[in-house]
Write a protein of this length. Structure first.
Length: 173
């Protein structure tokens, strides 16, 4: 590839949290970088850049996806949601309150992705067991909390107290 080809830029217009953003970027620009650096929404974090850790999770057309695995140019015409968009209309109020009450975060690096994952999970499984919650979180790496309080918070948001409160287990899986 010549140096000129490597510097090619295209206009990309993405709908993020219901608002349209047009930026002039390289065709290989990752969605995570578009969101963070071109649009300025910093809650979508970048971790492994291989889709393994889950901290870059966003929703594309209503389904969770790893933003480090998608080129921004390929997502024109799709609706992207970040955690900033979810809290804007209050849909996460119950889940956010449960995270606060259960002390379900420490550094907060994984929290936006965990919230998006948990909201999608609870919509599909409104009465989960703790093992169901742990399975749903298995693709979201948290190195600070041990998952116990995250599991308790999601259980609380579902309307029940989690077994993790009495079992003391800290594994997500």
């Amino acid at each position: 590839m010549s140096e000129q080809q490597g510097r090619q830029r295209v206009d990309v217009t993405l709908s993020i949290n219901g608002k349209s953003y047009t930026r002039h970027v390289e065709p290989r620009r990752l969605l995570a970088d578009f969101i963070r650096h071109d649009v300025g929404m910093k809650a979508t974090h970048i971790g492994c850049e291989h889709g393994v850790c889950g901290v870059c999770t966003v929703r594309i057309d209503g389904r969770t996806a790893r933003s480090c695995l998608h080129f921004a140019v390929a997502l024109q015409g799709h609706e992207i949601e970040t955690v900033e968009g979810l809290s804007a209309d209050g849909r996460l109020e119950r889940l956010q309150q449960a995270f606060h009450e259960e002390h379900a975060l420490q550094c907060g690096f994984c929290t936006p992705a965990v919230l998006l994952t948990a909201e999608e999970f609870l919509a599909e499984n409104p009465s989960p067991s703790d093992s169901d919650i742990r399975a749903a979180l298995s693709n979201n790496l948290c190195r600070c909390t041990g998952y116990t309080n995250i599991v308790k918070a999601i259980a609380r948001a579902s309307g029940r107290e989690g077994e993790a409160a009495s079992s003391g287990t800290g594994d997500a899986s």
